[in-house]
Design a protein around this ligand. Sequence first.
Ligand code: HEC
Length: 275
Amino acid sequence: MKIALFVFWGIVVFIACNNPTTNNKSTLSTESAGENEEVTIVLEKVLDSPARNSIKVNVDYDQYFKSPKKYLGFSLRPLLDAAWKTAAFDTTHAMVLFECKDGYNPIMDLSKIYGPAQGYIVFKDLDQPDTKNWPDSLSQHFSPYYLVWDKVKKEDKSFFWPYGLTTIRLIPEKEKYRLIQPDSSDAAYPGYITFRDNCMKCHSINKIGGSFGPEFNLPKNITEYRDEKQLIAFAKAPASFRYNSRMPAMTSLSDKEFENIILYLKYMKEHKRDH
Ligand code: HEC
C-alpha cells in the first residue's frame, strides 16, 4: 500500500508540473488532444529512489531465466492505476505499450494485465550479490527495468517479458493503428486507409488487427512470399483459389485500390515491429 501511495503521489506531482498542451518530454506527458489522451510513464522518473520503495518479488517461473526467481521491484498494477486515474484515462478500450531500449515495444491488452497473473517491474536480481543488479553479461540489456510475471504457466507464451524497459505508454485502442500507419504524405498512405477499412478486421500487420485471417507482416511480409498479381486475384475471388476459403470475395474495391494496398504492404515490409 505504501508503494501504491508513493507511486500515486509521484505521478500527481509530475502531472502537476507538466503543462499538457506543451507536449514536452516530461515524466508523464499527455499527448494528442481529445478526451482519451495517451499517457506516458517514464519509469526512471516515476520510480525514483527504487531501493527505498521497492518490494521483494517472487516469480514462480521466469520465462527468460527458465527457473523460479526473486527480484526487487514494483507492482505493475498500482502504477498503472495511479497513472490513469490521474489522467482521467478511459480504460474501456485501452492497451499498454512497453518501450524498451532496443526498440522492442510489445503491446498488451488490459485484460491480460488485470487477469490472474501479477506483473512486476523489477530492477535487481536477488541471486546477485548486493553490489550488482544483474549478472555481468546481462546488465547492459536488463537495466533499467525488466518486466516479470508471477503465476504465469511455464507453457503460456502469451505474456511479454521485456527487458531494458524504460517507458510504459497507455494507448486508447483506436490509437493503436497509429503504430502501423504511414505518414499521411507518404505514397503508401491511401493503401493503408483501404487496408484498414477493408482487410484489417481479419488480417493483422505487426500483430495489430484481426486474427480471423493470417498476419501479413511478421515474420515475413506477404509480398515476400506471394506474387503481387496472385495476391490481388486471391483477394478478389478467394473461392477460385481454395475450396471452402473462409475469406469473402473483396468485390467492392477497384484495381487502383488493390494496387494501393500492395504499396502499403510493401511499405510495411520495411517497418516490421514485433510489439
Ligand atoms: C472477413 C475476414 C476477411 C477479410 C475482411 C479479408 N480477409 Fe483475406 N483472408 C481471410 C481468411 C480467413 C484467410 C485465410 C485463407 C482462407 O480461408 O482461404 C484470408 C487469406 C487471404 C490471402 C491469402 C494469404 C495466403 O498467404 O494464402 C490474401 C492475399 C488475403 N486474404 C488478402 C486480403 C485483402 C487484401 C483483404 C482486404 C481487401 C482481405 N484479405 C480481407 C479473411 C479475410
